[in-house]
Design a protein around this ligand. Structure first.
Ligand SMILES: Cc1cc2nc3c(=O)[nH]c(=O)nc-3n(C[C@H](O)[C@H](O)[C@H](O)COP(=O)(O)OP(=O)(O)OC[C@H]3O[C@@H](n4cnc5c(N)ncnc54)[C@H](O)[C@@H]3O)c2cc1C
Length: 425
């Protein structure tokens, strides 16, 4: 059977590779970096002397494509729920704590119960979710749901920033609605948080590489795509600088690189413009450190830190939509974030422990209303043997693991259909 060349071994490329290899299609996987995983990776950090993730990644029980991928690579059990009950939150400024506890069924009864609502909010604050559903394609979250406090600071802003890596004034209302419809509005069973028990690599990357290895494939690392050689309506060769890979007539390409690379090799293709950063801080803490109620996760408002994931000896902190922070020196960021962590873990302010700052400048494409219509379909390049995959493509989902995996699985399905169609001719 003809080969499929996959460029980029992030989650989109890995998901495509796993699906195609399962169908018996020979694949070649090219990756510019020395490791696979892309924006969802782990590495050994010499300063903290342990394996760190590039950033906290949260999955939800509603993420069907991601969970199917984990099943395909035999890694579902490497995920753990960081809390037995509802998601806990703490307001660092006021000290108030609450839990976000969706109802069991699709009707959001919880918003009518003051005891289950976020302190200071009213049922009407949450019923504004309907306005997201009704919002036009140009509307931002803030335009749809407003900015009334404290619902904005305690619910809509943290939710939007966590899901879309953009503040409500910038983020697409429609895109937030798609997530609410798949989670909160289906009920608690769809909102269960899941995280990698040990590391992103152990859950999402290494098991995929082992699966591929068992099928005779390993990524070619250090292969950076420089250009596509076109011949009429198809790609004739992949240009990796010192190497050029000529494609046989039946061979396909799945381009699973970030949109910046796609813009270089496919000039003129409309693509989402701009990106938003995420800053993470990994803080070495005592193995005795505990979050309230022994949870492994805590949402924070009223400070700089937004989420803490706690593993034995390590508190990992997320700051999403971090445009105002990303250019500051690591020492300053550590000094800003440590008091938030100390407060959340009820630790003394001094001394400040070792902290590793990880900056992801292009964590996601800017998930604005204007960018939604610039997300390309897999075959948007108009080249017969080329498909696009990646979290920026038109999945209808935010730029997340679920979106990346969905795009890879879609590209694999389309590649299979086209190979099948040719084989039948
Ligand atoms: C800090 C951070 C936190 C996040 N938190 C969450 C979260 O909580 N939940 C969630 O669901 N999602 C989260 N995300 C988003 C998620 O990580 C991404 O959506 C997903 O990993 C994107 O996968 P991808 O395969 O589309 O792209 P990428 O991961 O960018 O993969 C592209 C691959 O292509 C390679 N490549 C680039 N250029 C070339 C080239 N020229 N030639 C060959 N290869 C090339 C890259 O090295 C990379 O391996 C987060 C992202 C970040 C950065």
């Amino acid at each position: 059977m003809s080969r499929v060349h996959i460029v980029g071994a992030g989650l989109a490329g890995l998901a495509a590779a796993v699906r195609l290899s399962a169908a018996g299609v020979p694949i070649v996987l090219y990756e510019a970096a020395p490791q696979a995983g892309g924006r969802c990776r782990s590495y050994r950090d010499p300063q903290l002397g342990r394996v760190l993730d590039n950033g906290n990644h949260l999955l939800l029980s509603a993420n069907r494509a991601a969970l199917a991928y984990l099943d395909e690579i035999g890694a579902r059990e490497t995920l753990a729920s960081p809390t037995d009950g509802p998601l806990p939150f703490l307001d660092l400024a006021s000290g108030e704590a609450w839990r976000l506890e969706p109802s069991d069924g699709p009707i959001a009864w919880w918003v009518f119960r003051p005891s289950r609502r976020i302190p200071g909010t009213r049922a009407a604050d949450f019923l504004k979710a309907v306005k997201l559903r009704l919002a036009g394609p140009d509307a931002t979250v803030a335009e749809a749901v407003g900015t009334a406090e404290p619902a904005n600071a305690r619910f809509w802003r943290p939710l939007t920033v966590a899901v879309l890596n953009a503040p409500p004034e910038k983020a697409s209302a429609r895109l937030l609605w798609t997530v609410l419809a798949e989670t909160f509005l289906k009920g608690a069973a769809w909102c269960k948080p899941l995280i990698a028990r040990d590391s992103l690599a152990d859950s999402l990357v290494e098991p995929a590489l082992r699966t591929l290895a068992a099928r005779g494939t390993a990524p070619r690392h250090g292969w950076r795509l420089r250009g596509l050689v076109r011949e009429r309506d198809r790609v004739a060769a992949l240009d990796f600088g010192s190497e050029r890979i000529a494609l046989a007539a039946e061979e396909r390409v799945i381009l699973a690189t970030p949109p910046t690379v796609v813009a270089d090799v496919l000039p003129g293709l409309p693509l989402p413009e701009g990106s938003d950063p995420i800053v993470n801080a990994h803080v070495a803490v005592s193995t005795d450190a505990r979050l309230p109620d022994g949870a492994g996760i805590l949402g924070l408002v009223g400070g700089v830190a937004e989420w803490i994931f706690l593993r034995p000896g390590l508190a990992s902190v997320t700051v999403s939509a971090a445009a105002q922070w990303v250019d500051r020196p690591a020492e300053e960021l550590a000094a800003r974030l440590w008091p938030d962590v100390a407060r959340a873990l009820d630790l003394p302010d001094a001394p400040q422990p070792p902290i590793r700052i990880v900056k992801e400048r292009r964590a996601t494409f800017s998930q604005t209303p204007a960018n939604l219509c610039r997300r390309p379909d897999p075959d948007a390049a108009g080249l017969a043997n080329l498909l696009l995959a990646g979290d920026y493509t038109a999945t209808g989902l935010p730029a997340t693991i679920e979106g990346a995996v969905t795009s890879g699985q879609t590209a694999a399905r389309l590649a299979l259909q086209r190979l099948g169609a040719r084989a039948a001719c």
